[in-house]
Design a protein around this ligand. Sequence first.
Ligand code: C2E
Ligand code: MG
Ligand code: MG
Length: 580
Amino acid sequence: MSEQSTILIVDDELVSRYTVEVLLSTEGYILEFAKNGEEGLKKAVELSPDLMLLDVMMPGMDGFEVCQRLRANPKLAELPVVMVTALDDRESRLRGIESGADDFMSKPYDRAELRARIRTITRLNRYRRLVETEEKLAYLANYDILTGLPNRSLLLERLTQTINSAKRTKQNVAVLALDLDSFQIINDSLGHETGDNMLKKIAQRLTKLIEKSGATVSRIEGDEFIVMFETNNIVKDVSEMAQCLLDNISHQIMLDEHEIVVTASMGISVYPTDGTDGKTLLKNADTALSRAKTDGKNAYQFFTTKMNEVALERLILENQLRKVLSQNELLVYYQPQIELISGRIIGTEALIRWQHPELGLVSPAKFIPVAEEMGLIIPIGEWVLRTACKQNKIWQQAGFPTLRISVNMSSRQFQSPNLLQMIKSALAGSGLDPIYLELELTESVLMAEEADELNNIISLLTELRSIGIKIAIDDFGTGYSSLSYLKRFPVNSLKIDRSFVKDIPTDTDDAAIIKAIVALAHSLRLYVIAEGVETLEQLDFLRNQKCEIIQGYYFSTPLCTEDMTKMLENVGENGTLFSL
Ligand code: C2E
Ligand code: MG
Ligand code: MG
């Protein structure tokens, strides 16, 4: 709000306007003038003045009409109006009051009176605005505008009060963090407005559900709500409340003309066991919420200290991962792949290892997903590809039988616009012929939903194939397994996931799945690599199925460069290592 008040003087007489200008010139107001009623109304809209000094006697639209019109306009209804009448014109003043004037002055102006009146009114007006602004700010500071529910800051304040009261009465306080399971999808598919309406409806539903329970509900961000209450029976009260909320949320919601069903997940923390202050309780409820989400959604989960350890470990991992490349802590191990008909090593899979000075050897299953989320998989993946290509070239130059090197690619890498260029540069940098490189993708890469994205991936794979690179689908059978998509993608081979190999030949389902995968691959002219082969029985079964290539501990675990080199040194002239 500007410090200076704006006064709009509406008067048809030039002399009157001039007089006001002179009399108020030293008061520090911004003075604006209008020569008639129409102009006065127009300027009032444009300028939102703090006060209007309005002459009654004007040709055309007179002051009474101007005043009535102001009052009929919601934006100007509160504008203070001082009406200027002839001296002691009682009748005009009565009409002025009826038409909505706030005060009166008479012409000719008395300098002191004019100044005093205007000063009082503008000051009152400014004071009122200040109070309104403060109230508005206080509201915004404590409430969420969309739903009208308390926000995080008010929640924390109330949580502290509730904890203090629970301390005295030796009760527990339950904090239930509730988050919608697929809100992002609704937002993306039906638009943000519908998303907002959905949040409002959920807020209303939650408010109604807890109405008589003594609980409060707040919205702390996005689609996350917190229900908080005091209780002396955690297990019963909290579980019942949690289940009741989840059940009710999943009832159909009508949004515009769509019938929508959403579910929610919930994490629960309890005072004093899981924290003695509001922030800790919220944080721990959030941790439990993440757990409920990863465990399959539409469920609630109580916080346990174990979760905190997991969260802490992850935080440490994230911090350490950032430094992993600059500190040379990554290694590539190589696991041989054996061709079944000949017993020859025909390739190796490059598998990353993280040798951390304190944590020891960290499994890729642990850090790759974190690196993917952090986007670090892009530089890490590039490093693996360059290292693997270089190493393969070194083995070839040393005169060992030429091998193919398989490198794992995560789907995040396929979203990077420079992927093709990076691969070409890794090949050029190492001097490796592209026909000795195989890229392992998971099914998720091929499951792009947008047609554009799909076409991009197909043309990228086609381009990679055209320069001789081979494409394998890794962990086949564990992903979406929509077999029909395979026809559309230019791939060379399928790698049967270890989980199917593990229990053959005893598990008849797995055996049947493997038979089907091999038959499918062969009908599409793809070759098959079986992973995780540990026993002779598994090997025999796979050989009977005419699976082409085998990888697993039965032959060798993944080996460091030195050990892999030793193994290659022991290979016969034609590369045969194993008599099968
Ligand atoms: P994957 O690509 O399916 O690799 C096969 C995993 O199975 C490897 O685990 C390997 O050590 C293990 N394995 C091989 N043979 C056997 C066996 O006979 N028995 C058992 N129990 N396990 C066997 P590892 O090295 O821990 O890698 C795990 C996963 O991490 C890989 O699965 C791959 O998805 C990912 N990964 C590894 N290196 C990279 C990389 O450079 N980039 C990306 N994006 N992912 C990688
Ligand atoms: Mg792999
Ligand atoms: Mg695999």
